[in-house]
Design a protein around this ligand. Structure first.
Ligand SMILES: Cc1cc2nc3c(=O)[nH]c(=O)nc-3n(C[C@H](O)[C@H](O)[C@H](O)COP(=O)(O)O)c2cc1C
Length: 79
């Protein structure tokens, strides 16, 4: 949860997912959800705003990593 602060939740969610993974857990970042039902379900106070949901659990499967676009095609280093 957080205030209207751009994408500052991104490093928090990333760290949460990495910490879960390091403990053998799986998680998924959900950024698209109806705020009001979530607010009511979790009894979130008015001064906080949910900006991400991160369901965490033990994975039923352990798939191999998917193929990725090579780093060189995705990043341009400017000197
Ligand atoms: C900022 C952000 C928000 C996301 N929001 C959603 C979402 O609302 N719903 C969803 O199905 N996936 C969402 N995703 C993608 C999932 O977290 C996940 O990466 C995607 O479903 C692919 O998962 P898979 O590679 O394990 O199949 C989001 C990813 C990011 C980075």
């Amino acid at each position: 949860m957080g205030a209207e602060r751009g994408n500052l939740q991104s490093p928090s969610v990333q760290n949460l997912l990495l910490a879960a993974h390091a403990r053998g857990l799986g998680g998924v970042w959900v950024g698209s959800f109806d705020e009001e039902p979530v607010r009511a379900l979790l009894d979130i106070p008015d001064d906080l705003r949910p900006v991400a949901l991160v369901p965490v659990g033990y994975p039923a499967e352990h798939p191999l990593p998917r193929s990725r676009v090579p780093h060189e095609q995705m990043v341009k280093v400017l000197r």
